[in-house]
Design a protein around this ligand. Sequence first.
Ligand code: C5P
Length: 233
Amino acid sequence: MGKDVIVACDFSSAEAVYSFLDKFTGRKPFVKIGMELFYAEGPDIVRRIKARGHRIFLDLKLHDIPNTVKKAMAVLSGLDVDICNLHAAGATAMMEAALEGLTRPDGTRPLLIAVTQLTSTDQQSMERDLLIREPLDEVVMHYAATAKRAGLDGVVCSPLEAEKVHRRCGADFLTVTPGIRFADGDRGDQRRVMTPADAKAAGSDYIVVGRPVTAAADPVAAYERCVAEFVDR
Ligand code: C5P
């Protein structure tokens, strides 16, 4: 798979997401469906968006015992999503079980990527609440390497970490990177951000872009600007 722009469809209803996607009459963006939309509308929203011709990253971040995750992943695989994810904190047995559950009888499966440490977790909360005392960036790299060893395809990370992840886990281990803003755009609540062009230079494989596209006055133009900077240039 080549580089692509994934639009985070952080909407809370089918009507809202369809009225957004209806604007895209040309190129159909790769979309990310997260917990909000999935829990509001159920699995049917995935089938319907897929039927409209979009590729889908289903961002549900599974984390449970291996058997439960394996069975849940088999259901997601049946929804024909392109990428799904889990928490690397579920450990190797859970990640291996997830891959087993995802693999269809014909041997194909969606890509599976791992969340390492959430960006909402900082050094202090990791030490205090999780009793993990190593430096945060080493924990992130260790989780990425563990995911790679378990057979996963990549990780969600900051574009600032993409190069380091590739050095540790190999050039073909995918880095899917949120925290993207245009040089002249509003940062919102994201603190460590990169432009699409800089994320490309940093080696990101996929950028995940939400509000810079969904809240733009002209979402299609904003999406095409991301593609021009990240894919075409
Ligand atoms: O609107 P914005 O571009 O900030 O959206 C980024 C998307 O990526 C959101 O769906 C957000 O939940 C997700 N994300 C993130 N940072 C992470 C993991 C996921 O921004 N570390």
